[in-house]
Ligand binder design. Structure first.
Ligand SMILES: Cc1cc2nc3c(=O)[nH]c(=O)nc-3n(C[C@H](O)[C@H](O)[C@H](O)COP(=O)(O)OP(=O)(O)OC[C@H]3O[C@@H](n4cnc5c(N)ncnc54)[C@H](O)[C@@H]3O)c2cc1C
Length: 386
């Protein structure tokens, strides 16, 4: 048992921290309020190789382990969670293509995705199906060497930059169990019939776009069926969501850490009743709980990442990490706001952004209640908590 990060992990964390301090923190509040896309930050991230985090070195990626991934997402979210969103679904889709893609698909897409020249995302959710993914109605019908794709996806983050966009669809809607009739198609940007309809208005998580997307008689080459075999879509997607849950848990730790950092500093500057508010036990208790729970969430996230690196399946561990970290971040961001009093509600301070960004982590990649279900099912079928 060793609770130290390796020297490589520490060096990576230092590099990420100085990048975030230098390029993200100074502009986060202004860009976020303006709804401005962080183009310059994306360019720096390309240069740092961050778009290739989850891609094997043989395709030009970093081939990073998932603890490195967690460190990257925590550090970025300490500056601005929206920027983490630009890498998040890209990274999990790259992992999915790397694991399940045919040799031709990997050779075609991964080198460009690793440099960020190409970008990607994941299109699962529909207006009438989110948690219950087996109910999606987007339909792909085989026609010779092509599929004809019809349906609507919603909330698709990074949709305007994705090429290809992996789309979860039904290739055989009558098959039981339903997941056997589901597949992932890699849809190229600019394919006729593929339209990004609109950007969704959002409470937070501004910066990256989250869009509604329409497929209308969209012809996709059969060669773009992920893995080349129909019926594997749900398995492919669920594996990718494990990586997604680590990135979301780590983002939650980052937002909570930023909330704490701001709350601690403010509590030492702000005076009331003749003393810094950090002198009041009520404020101290909030800070103590935040620091304790953040560290617990961070360790749980690293443990889940370590498990996911070692085994084929870590849905329970990654679910536990995301559930705990995201609920913790909600509380930490609210407590940071309370410690700031009225200024916590002001757009001139950072903490109101943390408070607006935090809830997404308890929704995306599986809501907290869905994850409770995943964890409980696993416990009831013998998951060992020792
Ligand atoms: C900003 C943002 C970005 C997003 N980005 C993406 C993206 O890039 N790609 C993508 O595909 N999706 C994306 N999503 C969608 C997101 O993954 C879904 O919103 C999420 O999975 C929940 O689905 P839903 O919204 O349909 O809620 P629903 O599934 O309708 O759930 C509504 C409520 O019912 C509860 N519920 C549902 N089923 C159960 C059950 N069996 N047991 C207990 N409770 C249950 C849920 O916990 C929740 O509280 C994004 C969402 C947001 C807000």
């Amino acid at each position: 048992m060793d609770f130290e990060l390796s020297d490589e992990h520490k060096l990576f964390r230092d590099t990420m921290r100085s990048f975030v301090n230098r390029e993200i923190k100074p502009v986060a509040r202004e860009y976020e309020h303006a709804g401005r896309y962080p183009t310059e930050i994306v360019e720096t991230m390309k240069g740092m190789g961050l778009f290739g985090l989850t891609i094997d070195e043989s395709y030009g990626g970093m081939g990073a382990d998932l603890i490195t991934l967690a460190i990257a997402f925590e550090e970025i979210a300490r500056g601005w969670m929206g920027v983490a969103g630009i890498l998040g679904s890209h990274g999990l889709a790259c992992k999915m293509i790397g694991k399940w893609g045919t040799e031709d698909q990997k050779a075609k897409y991964l080198p460009g995705l690793a440099t960020g020249q190409r970008r990607t995302c994941i299109a699962l959710t529909e207006p009438d199906a989110g948690s219950d993914l087996q109910s999606v109605t987007t339909r792909a019908v085989r026609d010779g060497d092509e599929y004809i794709l019809n349906g609507t996806k919603t909330w698709i983050t990074n949709a305007r930059f994705a090429d290809p966009m992996p789309v979860l669809c039904k290739t055989d809607p009558l098959l039981e169990p339903r997941h056997r009739g589901m597949s992932v198609l890699l849809v190229a940007a600019g394919t006729p019939g593929f339209t990004v309809l609109r950007d969704m208005g959002k409470l937070g998580y501004k910066g990256p776009e989250s869009c509604e997307v329409l497929f209308e008689d969209c012809r996709v080459p059969a060669a773009n069926l992920l893995g080349g075999v129909e019926g594997r879509g749900m398995v492919q997607v669920l594996g990718a969501l494990e990586v997604g849950r680590i990135n979301v848990a780590a983002r939650a730790v980052g937002v909570a850490q930023a909330s704490y950092d701001h709350a601690l500093a403010y509590s030492q500057q702000r005076h009331a009743f003749g003393q810094p508010i950090s002198g009041f036990q009520a404020v101290q208790h909030k800070l103590a709980d935040m620091a304790t729970e953040i560290q617990a969430a961070r360790l749980l996230t690293w443990w889940a990442a370590w498990q996911a690196d070692r085994s084929d399946r870590a849905d329970t561990e990654t679910g536990m990490a995301k559930l705990f970290a995201s609920e913790m971040a909600l509380k930490a961001s609210l407590d940071a706001m309370r410690i700031h009093g009225g200024y916590g509600y002001s757009t001139e301070f950072e903490v109101e952004r943390f408070y607006r960004d935090a809830p997404l982590m308890a929704i995306g990649e599986g809501t907290s209640d869905i994850l409770r279900g995943v964890i409980a099912r696993s416990l009831l079928t013998g998951f060992n908590t020792d």
